[in-house]
Design a protein around this ligand. Structure first.
Ligand SMILES: [Fe+2]
Ligand SMILES: [Fe+2]
Length: 386
């Protein structure tokens, strides 16, 4: 129930703000606390836990709409990030005492937190069923790499199907949407099952099927990011489809430009820069595709400061999925052997991309992605550093 989680965000933001101004026994603080506790209990009656993440200046969580213009969400994001918290988890059975102690701890000014940090203070104070801290990937990367054979078969099958989907799509056949959904289901499943499988997926390269391999890689890498940000499964799915289909518009770019074994001339690049517009046009009216696909097809080369393309006179906050896709897209393009360039190392790819951290790429999402890929690369090498 989306309204309930939005009510929780509002009540939480209010309770924290009031608690920062008044002592816990002040009438306003008591009232705000009571409301928050009721809303939280209502939500936890229905599900085992509620997660709220603060990522890239935005609140994320199941049923939460992405909305940076919302002042309440924005104030909560600011409060959480000033205390280095990017994930809050409330579990059923949380007591009023624990919630009160949590608000007390959150009311400590960041300057007074010193080295200890919120998670340590919460556990020192015996707060259970409320967790606050940074998204931790360490547990998820500990799993051993699965057998190569299964994954590469899944991958090859995926490339074949997505190439079919894209061809059919550009021919105006919408029936293939269900195939795309199936592929993304496979991606989400694979990522859920074992994040450590990703380096393997991302290193499989295929020159001939570049566009299709790229589509699949970007789908995988956006889902992996979304998963690392604790987005709920339904959102993983939409983000995966959007990542998978981000370059749909390339079907309308002439093959001699698309596959040119050298850097493009200015004129050719101008043609290439049409692909986000073509892509958005192609999916805009397909009812069975989430709106997010259109958004990401259009936004994925804009950059958070709109320094990319297409050039526009107006700015807005790019969708979270577009920001994730831009990062995955660049990384895969740099890592994969292209007609005009051979693939480079992970470290080199990040060195190149870092120059545009904050202009093309959302800085916090960039850092998260770098952490994610490096921890996975480390796990893929058998746990060694690097
Ligand atoms: Fe693109
Ligand atoms: Fe791309």
């Amino acid at each position: 129930m989306p309204e309930a989680i939005e009510t929780l965000v509002r009540d939480l933001a209010l309770a924290l703000r009031v608690r920062a101004m008044y002592a816990a026994d002040h009438a306003s603080a008591k009232q705000a606390f009571k409301r928050l506790f009721q809303t939280l209990q209502g939500l936890l009656d229905e599900k085992k836990e509620v997660r709220i993440g603060a990522v890239g200046g935005e609140l994320v969580g199941e049923g939460l709409r992405s909305d940076r213009t919302n002042a309440v969400s924005a104030s909560l994001v600011r409060l959480l990030s000033s205390r280095q918290i990017d994930l809050l988890i409330f579990q059923s059975g949380v007591t009023a005492e624990a919630l009160g102690a949590f608000l007390d701890v959150m009311a400590i000014r960041p300057a007074d937190l010193k080295e200890e940090g919120i998670p340590a203070i919460l556990s020192r104070r015996g707060v259970t069923r409320i967790a606050a801290g940074q998204i931790d990937l360490s547990g998820e990367t500990a799993a051993p790499l699965p057998a190569d054979a299964d994954l590469s078969a899944f991958y090859r099958g995926g490339v074949a199907i997505i190439s079919e989907v894209i061809r059919e799509f550009s021919a105006g056949n919408r029936a293939q949407v269900s195939l795309a959904k199936e592929i993304v289901g496979g991606i989400v499943g694979a990522v859920e099952k074992d994040l450590a499988a990703l380096p393997l997926l991302a290193t499989l390269r295929n020159h001939d099927d570049y566009t299709f391999t790229h589509a699949l890689n970007v789908g995988v890498l956006t889902v992996a990011q979304a998963k690392s940000l604790a987005l709920p499964e339904r959102d993983l799915f939409a983000v995966g489809i959007a990542g998978l289909l981000h370059d749909l518009g390339k079907q309308r770019i002439p093959p001699e430009i698309l596959g040119k074994p050298a850097l493009l001339t200015d004129d050719e690049f101008a043609v290439m820069q049409m692909h986000p517009i073509y892509g958005a046009e192609a999916v805009r009216n397909v009812g069975t595709v989430p709106d997010l696909v259109t958004t990401v097809a259009f936004e994925h080369h804009l950059g958070i400061d709109f320094s990319g393309y297409p050039r526009l006179g107006r700015r807005w906050t790019l969708n979270l999925a577009s920001r994730l896709t831009t990062i995955a897209d660049s990384f895969d393009a740099l890592r994969t052997n292209r007609p005009y360039r051979s693939g480079i190392t992970i470290e080199q790819a990040f060195d190149i991309m870092r120059a545009k951290r904050g202009s093309l790429y959302d800085p916090e999402l960039f850092d998260n992605f770098e952490r994610l890929i490096k921890s996975l690369a480390g796990a893929g090498k058998g746990g060694g550093p690097g």
